[in-house]
Write a protein of this length. Structure first.
Length: 307
């Protein structure tokens, strides 16, 4: 061991000797992020069994190598990262349980949020209409308390099952999880979510579809056909980040192939070959310009890791 870290050869040996899941070395993260850009992970693992996650978490604690979690990749920008990136894509279960006047939706953390909305609509279950068009997996949506127009995942959450940094498998009730605007206390625990449950209710398919279309129409000004990570900055209490960026003249700004969308100023898009450093530089330029012109320092909604 060098310092607090395992030598690379020892980390490699541990992973290939102890895990049963797929492992990639020096794996490009671009295909796992909606930006379509990113650095390389020293090791990328895709467990589908909780036991593999437990082993990785225990080793991470013992040997202190960096651990990163990656779901649908819709709210993240990666540079090159040392250590291990754990994908949640292997946890893709989806189950509906009817209990009197409510429906319990149990989903693996890697299940796409959009697919849950689609399946719920087909079954006539209401509650998730606000999530139509929100990319990413349900695990990441829970951690970041995804939502819009005053509605969010946290208000529907019942419990999460996760693996803690010390390798324990636990279930946390919603009452023990603090949620706020684009925030969940789960983001501070270092836990890897494997499954979550939230509440839906029976409804009329026609009315549910109509409500979904209303939410979808509000997203029409977002560049959802482009490679992006969703909103880059959080809204302030009194004014949206998009408006601040627009009024500050950020629309259309570019760094290489990274650009601020002409449709919505709170979206940075990859025009083709933008690398992670280009995107990060553009994000910080926009932040600096808004601060200079408006005196407001915007908070990041996108997570930038490995820089």
């Amino acid at each position: 061991m060098i310092g607090r870290f395992l030598k690379k050869v020892n980390l490699r040996e541990f992973l290939f000797k102890n895990l049963s899941c797929p492992i990639k070395e020096n794996a490009s993260l671009a295909q796992y992020c909606t930006f379509g850009s990113g650095g390389a992970a020293e090791f990328l693992v895709a467990p589908s069994d909780v036991s593999d996650v437990v082993k990785i978490m225990l080793a991470g604690k013992q040997y202190q190598f960096p651990l990163f979690f990656l779901g649908g990749g819709s709210n993240v920008l990666f540079s090159d990262v040392k250590g291990v990136v754990i994908l949640s894509s292997g946890f893709r279960s989806l189950d509906y349980k009817e209990e009197r006047d409510k429906i319990i939706v149990e989903a693996g953390s890697g299940y796409p949020l959009r697919s849950i909305v689609k399946e719920s609509l087909k079954r006539g279950y209401s509650g998730l209409e606000f999530a139509v068009g929100i990319p990413g997996a349900i695990g990441g949506a829970v951690i970041g308390n995804a939502g819009t127009q005053g509605a969010d995942i946290g208000s529907l959450l019942l419990w999460v099952e996760c693996v803690t940094p010390d390798g324990s498998v636990v279930r946390l009730d919603a009452k023990d999880i603090k949620s706020g605007y684009r925030y969940s206390s789960l983001s501070e625990t270092g836990c890897f979510i494997t499954k979550c449950a939230f509440e839906a209710r029976r409804g009329d398919v026609g009315l549910i579809r109509e409500k979904c279309l209303e939410y979808w129409s509000k997203r029409s000004k977002q560049p959802f056909t482009c490679k992006s990570a969703g909103c880059i900055f959080k809204n302030t209490e009194n004014i949206s980040a998009g408006k601040l960026l627009d009024e500050s003249g950020c629309k259309g700004m570019r760094v290489g192939d990274a650009a601020v969308s002409e449709l919505h100023a709170n979206f940075c898009i990859n025009l083709g070959n933008a690398n992670a450093l280009d995107i990060r530089e553009l994000i910080y330029k926009c932040r600096d310009i808004v601060y200079e012109k408006k005196g407001i320092l915007l908070d990041f909604e996108v997570k930038m890791l490995g820089f």
